[in-house]
Ligand binder design. Sequence first.
Ligand SMILES: *[C@@H]1O[C@H](CO)[C@@H](O)[C@H](O)[C@H]1NC(C)=O
Ligand SMILES: *[C@@H]1O[C@H](CO)[C@@H](O)[C@H](O)[C@H]1NC(C)=O
Ligand SMILES: *[C@@H]1O[C@H](CO)[C@@H](O)[C@H](O)[C@H]1NC(C)=O
Length: 307
Amino acid sequence: MTAIGVQIINTLLLIRLLDSTNLNKMVVIHGEPLTFTNYSTSSLNWNSCMSYCYQMLTCIAVHYYDQNPECQIFEIGKIHDLKQLDAYSGKIMAVKMLSNPTQCSSTSDGNSMRGEVSTSSMYQNYSITANLDIWSISASPLYKCPDSFRLFHRVLGMWCIGVSTVYFIFKLGQIQVVVTGPITQQDGSQLCIQDYLGVLSGFDSRDELRYMIDTVVLLVPSNTAYLWYGYWINGFRKETCRFSNQTGSDCSGIKGFTLTDPLLSNREWYLWGYDGQPNGMSDGLGTSNCIANRVNIHDGGGIDDIP
Ligand SMILES: *[C@@H]1O[C@H](CO)[C@@H](O)[C@H](O)[C@H]1NC(C)=O
Ligand SMILES: *[C@@H]1O[C@H](CO)[C@@H](O)[C@H](O)[C@H]1NC(C)=O
Ligand SMILES: *[C@@H]1O[C@H](CO)[C@@H](O)[C@H](O)[C@H]1NC(C)=O
């Protein structure tokens, strides 16, 4: 790595705990926190303090001073700089960073000097730069999705996808009956804005398509009389592509639609149903201008252009 690697070589000690899903390691140095906004404390001893941080999702560093033994726990975004000290200081820190799973280097060259806090619905990362004896930690923004949404790391940026089902509530005497029902794409679109300041999503990858199908398959009633249930996705047919006399390559398949999903990098995952979709241009009505993703209780059925 960089020159700072050489500097810390003698005080470096690597901890790899046995947890195959955790790709982090704790890098131990003599040092103390310099600038930070907040930390929490615990009475754990030093080894437990390190393990605690290693296991805790948002912890990125711990500090311990043997003259005042307490475990100080720093979370991502709350510690900015730390200072390396010599061994006589009695002050010790462990900093979490991503390790290379195929290598357990005993020198600083093996250290990534970066880390991330990642779950299926949030992501934040940080990088550490060392200059003389100061380590500066800079964290990215926190990307966090609404409850029950999933975060996708798209080529063009972070994108949250969720499935929204509309419930109608009726009052029958004293009893409230809740049923799900159909809405138009326009109303669906409006709900995305109203509830999440969002837009209807497209599919940017196989993972996104799979996630959507797997989520909605579970919502289809097993006794339904319908062949398919549909969920609106992003796409509205261009006015120049509504009738069969408007053919031309500009209208073929998904090209005939305007897509407003702002972080869509490709159209490969708009997979049309095998029953001749899209077929809305041939009926002479010019009304099948929206796109729904179809599912039954087993699997997806491709996308369909419908009114
Ligand atoms: C500091 O952290 C503690 C414990 O996590 C929390 O209760 C407190 O509100 C935080 N203070 C600030 C200023 O963030
Ligand atoms: C943090 O994540 C962003 C977005 O994925 C990426 O562009 C950046 O390189 C990452 N930085 C580090 C230090 O990992
Ligand atoms: C194309 O077809 C539609 C529906 O059949 C019709 O209303 C329209 O006038 C036609 N346009 C042209 C340019 O022929």
